[in-house]
Design a protein around this ligand. Sequence first.
Ligand code: SAH
Length: 254
Amino acid sequence: MSSNPKHLSKGFVSIVGAGPGDPDLITVKGRSRIESCDSLLFDYLVDDRLLTWAKPGCEQICVGKRSGMHSMEQFRINELMVRLANEGKNVVRLKGGDPLVFGRGGEEIVVLREQGIPFEVIPGVTAGIAAAASLEQPLTHRERASTLLFVTGHEDPLKHRPRINWNDVVVTHSTLVIYMGMKHLPDIVRELLQAGKSPETPVAVVEWVSTPRERQHRGILVDLPRDVQRLQLGAPSIVIIGDVLGFDRAQMES
Ligand code: SAH
């Protein structure tokens, strides 16, 4: 037997996607992991009703993150997850939407691998996909939209990699699904217009998708910053930009 503490690890971590908000949108597998776990580490945006499925005695810890101070908090979350697993616990790490879409699930996977802790990833319905469903709009179309781009509107200011090149984005003619875009929306729209995107491009915003607080807005690109301001739309919201939105409507109206 090795004396290396790594080999004493008997716990297991399930990184589970909670879906966008509506508790019914979690997977059956995700729910069963919540029902059987010893420790539940959940994010700030996760609906409370998901937590009621945990068994009595399950330790529930909110490791919620708001914007700012990400790296310190992520470091603590990783530490906690590793400690609990090393105590032999069945841990669920419940994350909003899908854990691997702008969710820092990748960083948690690296830590678990490094520490030799067995784990699994259970996908979730990501907010962008849920937003399209709420709008009853396709994100792709046989003739008009063959590619789909998930973009973050909130790049890490400390990041050393190059910023998003909006010229490259526009050239692809992809439908854009923008996460965390509300703060920098006027800059994003300006860059898209400068890169040649048509001012008339249809857009949609869905705030608090799949929750009772959901609000939707539809319009065109050039008006977007003003509309968002007027309607006081804020985070969490998904912004969808692309001809596929208007195309479907035009078809319906003709
Ligand atoms: N992993 C998550 C995304 C986390 S990043 C997922 O797959 O959905 C956080 C961003 O996701 C928010 O800023 C917002 O853009 C989006 N988001 C998450 N939940 C949302 C919701 N219920 N309604 C609208 N946008 C949401």
